[in-house]
Each structure stands twice: as C-alpha cells, then as structure tokens.
Design a protein around this ligand. Structure first.
Ligand code: GLU
Length: 484
C-alpha cells in the first residue's frame, strides 16, 4: 500500500516552527517510503481565518522544498483540497447524518443560555463544558418539528458514559481513556460547517491518508476520532504525535521568543536549508550523531520510529552554528547575492565588495553579522592604545610605535599595493629586523583596523583601503601611541 500523508494547516497566520516541523515530518514520512505528500487547507473555522495566510503556507513550502504531490493547485483525484470547498459538496453533512442514523450522533438544539448554565470541568488545565446529553432524549417527532421550524442546530457525537476507548499511537503506544471523560463534541456547527474534529476524520479517510503526523496537543482528542472511525467501520490511519517544542527555558516555544516562525528566522538572516536541517532534528535523530543533512539526505535517513517523545528544545545558538556551516558550504555567487545588501549597509565607499565578501564567508553565522565585521573598512573606529600590547606577539606601545614609524617611508615608496606585494615588503622588513612576524603584523593590523579581531590580515586590509588611507591610519596610530 502506498503511504499517503497530508499537511493540513489552518490558515491562521505565520508558519510557526512547530507547523513547519509537522509539514517536514509528514513530507519525510511519505518520501522516505516513496509515498505521496498532500496539502489540505483546513479553513472551516472562518473566525480564525487570516488574509494572506494561505500565501504564507505556499511560499514557505516552496522555499523549503517541501513539494506536495497533491493539493489545491495539483489535483490528484481526491479534491477539493480546501475544506470550505468540500463543505459545498455536502460531504460532511452526509457523513454526519449517517452517524445520526446509526445512533452515534444526534441533533442538539440547545441555545447559548442553556449551554452557559452547564457545569464546567477542568481537564488538562482547560475549562471544559461537558454537554449533558439533554437533546439525546428528544423524540424523532420533536427533532423533525424543530428542523421544520428552522431552529438552529448542531450535530454532536454520542459518546457513552461507560466504558473506555483505546487508540494507538506509533510513539506513545496504546492510549486508553474513560469514556466519561470524553465530551459529546460538536461535529457540525450551526453554520453548517464541520468542526476540525469531524472534518479531519472524514477527510483523512476519504482522501486515503495512511499516516497522520501532528502535534501532541491532538492526543487528548484522538480517542474521540477513533470512535468516529469505529462508528463508520473505517480503519484509522497510523498516528504519530510529535513532542512539544520548547524555548531555552523549557516553556512552550511562543511568539515572545522572537524566533518562533519561519519568516522570523528568514528575516534574521538564516538560510532555509539550515532551518529545515535544524528543524528536522527537533524531535528526530539519526542512528549516528550526524547533524548536517540536505533534504535529500533526510528523505533517505528519516525513519519516524526514531522520533522521541521528550520535548525538543529550540536552541538558537545551535541553529546559528548550523547556519554558519551552510554559509561556509554555499556556492560563492549565491553567497554574494545574499551578502551584498548587508555589505552595502556598512560600506558606501568604492570597495571591492567581492573580496570583502570572500573574507567574511567563513566567519559569519548569519548574514546580519556582516556589517559589524566589516564596518572598519569604511571608517577607523575609536580604539585604545592598549590594543598594541600583545604578550604572545611580544609587542608593546614602544615596539609598536617604532614599527609604525618605520612603515611610513616604506609604504610611501611601495608601488605594488596588492596583498602579495605588501606581504613581501613586510616580510622583508621582518627579516631585516630579525623579529617574529607578529611583532610587525600585529601593530600594523591594529593601526589599519582599530579592531582586535578582523576578518583578514594586515596586508589584505591595506590592499582594500588603499595606500592613502593606510598611511592616514598609521599616522593616527603613531599619534595615539605618542600621546599615550
Ligand atoms: N488544521 C490543524 C492545525 O493546523 C491540523 C491538525 C492535524 O494535522 O490534524 O493544527
């Protein structure tokens, strides 16, 4: 049997890390087994619908390479793929009525006031109003009279108060709950739309879905879904409920942390391949300790049996590291295209930006690291003369002052102002003085950059800023040391 999975987002806003992980695991579960991955839009909750959200879903799936085989734009014979369009086909009402006929569901005409007067119970921290089955007692005639009178109604699932219900999850095993804990949930709302709870069952079955991967917030409702499958006499799909994703403080990852959605991460300079790679590891791990995976490699390696039940911590420091690895491995032209706007943020003068880009490529983790790393090319920052003193290089303010002073006539006479030419000249000076390389390079690099750490050595920097600017900066260093 061919594996069929679906990503079934509700278009309610951004693509959160948890949503993207669900989509990725659904995609990988299908692709690993040569199956099909489907996109279904769950828009039956019209109040939560957000304009533009469907575009965000499509764009994110495209950018991350999670290409669906079937969906609203690709008919595979199981459409429509948007629930609001499926409503129009009458499919949900038809199946709800089938349940009513079987005694597994019933019409409920209770108004808001009556529902508000019912007792509430706290289940898993949430206040839940257990419906008291009031309308289950209505006679056929009473129901018909209400329907004829056009009285608004919902259709509820009929769950007995006795006994238990068991469903199976691939990771959690068999989960059994007392039926008394299960509410007679609404299947069809008064606006004629199905609830998510009903639509997911009807759709997964009629669309031939074999594996359902979703967040573990759905575990508590799954016994009710299982009862629906059983009532219809359908086989339920394989369930894989995913562990919670938390922030560094082990709290549920939320908007507050500032990096909870794919768009946030892209905006913060992460590349989509690194995000996908990182998210793949939020709950799943390969047999070895390998961490870097392309999407194709993930397809090959991903086995849902290796998903963990323990919460996964979203570690931004680790993602930054991983992103840096992707940047290092990136093709230079692609890197330059992405780096250019950040280079231009810091550099307005006529520099060779490609050369500077090559210097920073192996030194950044995310693109926004760039401006701070290169801004000294544009203007020498204020710096302390203490920076000239370096124990290992055996330099101090006196030795540095001497080197800088010696450099002025040497550089004035220098014709070949390329990195190689400058390097040769400085090496010659090092040799003549019989000192270590750093004894000369350290003070010069300090003078031309004003920084402790630079993405390049002294002569590379000098080549970029040019002779005139080099001499100005060396002069500045001399003044600084003389006045220290
Ligand atoms: N529409 C649901 C959501 O966005 C999908 C849950 C499921 O995958 O069954 O959370």
């Amino acid at each position: 049997m061919k594996i069929r999975t679906r990503y079934a987002p509700s278009p309610t806003g951004k693509m959160h890390v948890g949503n993207l992980r669900t989509a990725l695991y659904e995609f990988l579960t299908a692709k690993h087994a040569g199956g099909d991955f489907m996109l279904r839009i769950e828009d039956t909750d019209q109040e939560r619908f957000v304009d533009g959200a469907i575009e965000i879903i499509n764009k994110t799936l495209e950018e991350t390479g999670l290409v669906h085989d079937e969906g609203p734009d690709k008919d595979g014979g199981y459409g429509p793929y948007v629930q609001s369009e499926r409503v129009k086909t009458g499919i949900y009402m038809k199946y709800a009525k089938e349940l009513v006929d079987k005694g597994e569901a019933y019409y409920c005409f209770c108004d808001k006031e009556r529902l508000a007067s019912l007792k509430t119970e706290v289940v898993e921290g949430k206040e839940i109003c257990m419906y008291d089955k009031h309308c289950l007692g209505l006679s056929k005639e009473e129901i018909q009279a209400n329907l004829d009178a056009g009285k608004p109604f919902v259709i509820r699932q009929n769950i007995p108060n006795e006994g238990t219900t068991t469903f199976h999850d691939e990771l959690y095993g068999d989960i059994t709950v007392d039926n008394a804990e299960l509410d007679d949930m609404i299947l069809i709302k008064s606006d004629g739309f199905p609830t998510y709870n009903f639509a997911n069952v009807v759709d997964d079955h009629t669309m031939n879905i074999t594996h359902v991967v979703r967040g573990n917030e759905y575990i508590s409702s799954s016994p009710k879904y299982q009862r629906l499958y059983d009532a219809f006499g359908w086989e339920s799909p394989v369930y894989i409920h995913l562990p919670l994703i938390t922030d560094e403080n082990h709290k549920k990852l939320s908007k507050r942390c500032g990096h909870s959605s794919f768009e946030d991460l892209i905006q913060q300079g992460f590349v989509s391949e690194a995000i996908v790679n990182y998210i793949a590891l939020l709950g799943w791990s390969p047999e070895d300790n390998r961490e870097i995976f392309s999407l194709d490699e993930l397809i090959k390696e991903f086995d849902y049996h290796r998903i963990s039940k323990s919460p996964a911590v979203f570690d931004i420091v680790k993602l930054r590291w991983m992103n840096g690895e992707y940047i290092k491995a990136m093709d230079f032209d692609k890197f330059y295209e992405m780096a250019e706007p950040y280079l231009k943020k810091a550099l307005t003068k006529d520099f060779d930006l490609k050369k500077i880009a090559a210097m920073v490529k192996t030194r950044i983790e995310v693109f926004p690291d760039i401006p701070e790393l290169v801004d000294f090319f544009e203007a020498l920052p204020e710096y302390s003369p203490e920076m000239y003193t370096h124990k290992k290089m055996k330099t101090n303010s006196e030795t540095s002052l001497q080197v800088l002073k010696d450099m002025v006539p040497i550089l004035e006479a220098q014709e070949d102002y390329s990195n190689d030419g400058l390097y040769a000249t400085l090496c010659k000076y090092v040799e003549e003085k019989g000192v270590k390389n750093g004894y000369v390079m350290w003070p010069i690099r300090t003078a031309v950059s004003g920084k402790q750490m630079t993405p390049a050595g002294a002569t590379e920097i000098m080549e970029i800023i040019g002779k005139e600017e080099t001499l100005k900066r060396i002069q500045k260093g001399i003044e600084l040391l003389e006045n220290a």
